[in-house]
Design a protein around this ligand. Structure first.
Ligand code: ZN
Length: 133
């Protein structure tokens, strides 16, 4: 069985990945992604069959139907109501991870030029802005 890592351990891992070590902020970030994950898990539960099997289906302009939510285990379908929104947006995209990979490839100078401030400032700002707690 996979061992569940403590929040402290995951915070340090996250900090190492992005190279930013204000750990109280990094911890906020890790907790936020835990929350997003749980929101998505919850939104996936089908009200008909109780499987974790709801998916977002994009509409088709040519065929004349809009976006909807469908279960891959039963016949349940629904409009995209508020409670299903976590299924619509890929809510686990992490801009800090994305730029951290960019730093690995192109170096921090290039990235800081692109974001227009220091990496540390950018991490601080992003974590505070995106936090939901
Ligand atoms: Zn179902």
């Amino acid at each position: 069985m996979k061992k569940i890592k403590t929040i402290k351990k995951r915070t340090i891992e996250y900090a190492n990945k992005i190279g930013f070590y204000k750990l109280s902020l990094v911890k906020k970030r890790v907790k936020m992604y835990d929350k997003l994950f749980l929101m998505k898990e919850k939104a996936m539960i089908c009200p008909e069959c109780s499987h974790k099997s709801l998916e977002f289906e994009g509409g088709s302009y040519e065929e004349g139907y809009g976006d909807f939510i469908a279960c891959n285990q039963c016949d349940f379908t629904s409009d995209v109501e508020t409670k299903f929104e976590p299924l619509v947006y890929g809510n686990d995209f992490d801009v800090l991870m994305w730029f951290a990979m960019d730093i690995e490839r192109n170096g921090i100078k290039e990235v800081e030029h692109e974001i227009g401030c220091s990496w540390s400032e950018f991490c601080t700002k992003t974590i505070i802005e995106e936090d939901m707690s």
